[in-house]
Design a protein around this ligand. Structure first.
Ligand code: NI
Length: 391
């Protein structure tokens, strides 16, 4: 299936134990203190000593390179869990009720530690900053890392996500959009309340909201290039308290997903324009609040070519497979890619004959072999990026 990976049996055992420990003790975003301590202890046990807490519950491990004149590169593994009750039945199942590593960040933290171990043993040209990032699930951790000095001077960054749509041994490393932006909106329609029997005395926000929900669907169907993916979803609708009363206001909330900065701007702009226009049609006034989430993940071309080459070097010529359909979920790695070149990879996590269970399912479990694959591929990305920067 795969080439021999560069781990001793002892290292494999240690990484497996680390991952199972993290899996059994999942912690929610911004609460990853035990995780932080466990990772730091593991790194120190393996001779990595330049470790600093960052972003409250995260860590950066600095692995010196062979050539101090080469600018640093970074690897990132996220470390937080989700408010989900685990139903995998694994022997190392979550011991924290209602909290679960249902997105595989236990594996991501462990493969970042594994990459650190490989790079400490056999250094790259460049210094490598291994980032253990908290709070990815709430879209806040990457921003906190960027506010620290952990990425100062870094010229390329690589990270990855386990993915059961792909078999163990398959890796996606391609240029362009990989995941979507995750902006949310709140639209309030302000009208005039009245008795339900006398609509002529009202400016009815319920009828306005009904029309607005449908009108918002024309953004994707009529304004967005059909060749580009996008989503406008209204997720909540609230208005009124009594069946015979026309309320004063109605509120809609929803999410907008786009895979390029340009379509992100288009969808948000049209949402706002249509909200005001439909409100005016019904003698209502709209207030629109857009909350920016994570940007789309857009892999830089040269970094993606390098990552694909790294995956082939580690796993063989057939390892790199196409993404297929763009994931319309979000990933806060996007904040790094706004600031520096890099590539976010998908690492196949489905065992032979297994199902393509989606992340965030209570039954999600990545096959453990992908831990070693992710570590080796990310370490190789750092090596090859260092070589490129050295020449
Ligand atoms: Ni995730």
């Amino acid at each position: 299936m795969t080439r021999e990976l560069p781990f001793t049996e002892g290292e494999r055992e240690a990484l497996r134990a680390l991952r199972r420990d993290l899996h059994a003790h999942p912690e929610l975003s911004w609460q990853e203190t035990r995780t932080q301590q466990t990772l730091e202890r593991f790194l120190r046990q393996h001779g990595i000593t330049d470790i600093e807490p960052i972003a409250r519950t995260g860590l950066v491990a600095r692995i010196p390179g062979r050539d101090a004149s080469v600018p640093p590169v970074a690897l990132r593994g996220d470390i937080d869990a989700l408010p989900i009750t685990e139903a995998t039945g694994l022997p190392f199942t979550s011991e924290n009720p209602g909290v679960m590593h249902a997105c595989g960040h236990d594996v991501h933290a462990s493969w970042a530690a594994g990459a650190a171990l490989l790079l400490a043993r056999d250094p790259a040209h460049a210094e490598v900053r291994v980032i253990f990032q908290p709070a990815e699930e709430v879209g806040e951790g990457a921003r906190a890392v960027l506010e620290s000095d952990a990425l100062e001077g870094v010229r390329a960054i690589f990270g990855a996500h386990v993915d059961r749509r792909f078999a163990v041994g398959e890796v996606v490393a391609q240029a362009g959009p990989l995941a979507a932006s995750t902006d949310t909106f709140t639209i309030t329609l302000h009208g005039a309340g009245a008795h339900g029997a006398r609509p002529q005395e009202s400016a009815d926000p319920v009828v306005g909201a009904a029309e607005l929900i449908l009108a918002l669907q024309t953004i994707v169907s009529r304004r967005l290039d059909p060749a580009l993916p996008g989503v406008v979803t209204v997720g909540t609708v609230h208005a009124g308290k009594a069946s015979n009363v026309i309320p004063e206001s109605a509120e809609l909330t929803g999410t907008i997903r786009a895979t390029t900065p340009e379509t992100r701007t288009l969808l948000a702009g049209e949402m706002e324009r249509i909200a005001h226009a439909v409100a005016a049609t019904h003698r209502l006034r709209a207030t629109v609040v857009l909350s920016e989430g994570t940007p789309p993940v857009v892999n830089e071309t040269r970094a993606a070519l390098l990552a694909a080459q790294a995956a082939r070097t580690v796993l063989g010529a057939d390892a790199v497979v196409p993404l297929g359909t763009t994931n319309m979920g979000g990933e806060d790695f996007a904040f790094y890619l706004e600031r520096m070149p890099g590539c976010f990879l998908r690492v196949g996590a489905r065992e032979p004959g297994g199902e393509a269970t989606a992340a965030h399912s209570p039954r999600f479990h990545p096959d453990e072999e992908c831990l070693f694959i992710g570590a080796a591929v990310l370490a190789q990305c750092a090596r090859m990026a260092g070589e490129t920067l050295a020449t």
